[in-house]
Design a protein around this ligand. Sequence first.
Ligand SMILES: *[C@@H]1O[C@H](CO)[C@@H](O)[C@H](O)[C@H]1NC(C)=O
Ligand SMILES: *[C@@H]1O[C@H](CO)[C@@H](O)[C@H](O)[C@H]1NC(C)=O
Ligand SMILES: *[C@@H]1O[C@H](CO)[C@@H](O)[C@H](O)[C@H]1NC(C)=O
Ligand SMILES: *[C@@H]1O[C@H](CO)[C@@H](O)[C@H](O)[C@H]1NC(C)=O
Length: 330
Amino acid sequence: MWFLLHSKTYPFGLLLLVSYAHYTKSSHIDTNALQMGGLPSTELKETHWYPDQVWNATNDELSYGIIILNRPIEVHASVLTNLWRKAKIRCTVDQGTDRWLLFLNQHNLDPALYWPDLVTGDFDSVSSNSMGRFLALGSDIVPTPDQSYTDFQKAVMEITKREKIDYLISIVEFNGRLDHCMSNINTLYKSSLPIYLLSAKYMSWVLRANAGLHRIHLNPGFTSGKKTLGLIPVGSPVQQVYSTGLKWNLNNHTLAFGGMVSSSNTYENETTPEVSVKMSQGDLLWIMQLPSHPRTESVTSNPRTESVTSNPDETSNSSVTPHHHLIGRL
Ligand SMILES: *[C@@H]1O[C@H](CO)[C@@H](O)[C@H](O)[C@H]1NC(C)=O
Ligand SMILES: *[C@@H]1O[C@H](CO)[C@@H](O)[C@H](O)[C@H]1NC(C)=O
Ligand SMILES: *[C@@H]1O[C@H](CO)[C@@H](O)[C@H](O)[C@H]1NC(C)=O
Ligand SMILES: *[C@@H]1O[C@H](CO)[C@@H](O)[C@H](O)[C@H]1NC(C)=O
């Protein structure tokens, strides 16, 4: 059973089934009627994304791993400790290990509660002090010397060898390191597991043509305040891109370096509930700005116990607050 919508919301004639998947759901449709130029004509999948559930770690049905890469840690402490606490597996990569220890010290968090399950890297830059510290606390130290992969790629491989997870979150700031930025995007592009790049102000992940229609579910926290977003082609030109929910929607455009990329875009309005994107070929990096206000929840005290109690000494420390102001927009 199917029907067509010709509304403003779905100008490209999308079949809506009342189905909610966390990621991918196939919808069997009559595509002859839909003129979905270029998409396989038998079925159009829908892939649902819930960035708030990723950022806030509120979906208990999905499990994820967290990776601390070797960049300054500027994600707000309450956001990061919440993500860390609920992760199924936690990994620090090379000098990211030092950065993590520094972060814990800066926020008066006990390394005995926040040690990584896994420390990986070629260990050319990490200090023996932090490695020794985490080793003593129980971390698995896994040298990954193969120089044909980046430390990030090798961390992804180690993690997926050990745990079955639904996605990964990698913590990384790009200020100043365009090469890191590009290399990390390549890792996202190559990974079959969804990976979110999370920085203090932006979250990014890859939307793939073969995942069908992407539906990114939003809430006002993400859309208010004229937040910026981008749709950047990765790997190859992206053909026949359609979108809804944006101020500057795409309507059968090709996005490509050498042609057009969609940067400094924004939502249709400040309460747009959903953005949808599809393309016939190629993959897009979706880059969205995050809410500027930190989560109000406390930095909790013990990430490795079931019953989590919050420690008022930690939550009252105002030194946790100002990290947002340190970086500019991408
Ligand atoms: C994250 O969770 C908090 C509650 O802890 C909620 O108030 C907030 O709206 C959520 N943020 C987003 C962007 O969903
Ligand atoms: C807050 O944290 C800083 C370190 O970042 C520390 O010097 C200070 O004593 C802490 N304040 C409280 C009230 O715990
Ligand atoms: C905001 O945009 C959405 C679609 O993105 C639309 O459905 C809604 O009516 C708009 N709201 C206002 C107040 O214009
Ligand atoms: C979309 O653009 C392609 C060329 O890139 C064209 O062949 C096709 O007819 C267009 N589809 C629609 C519905 O305009």
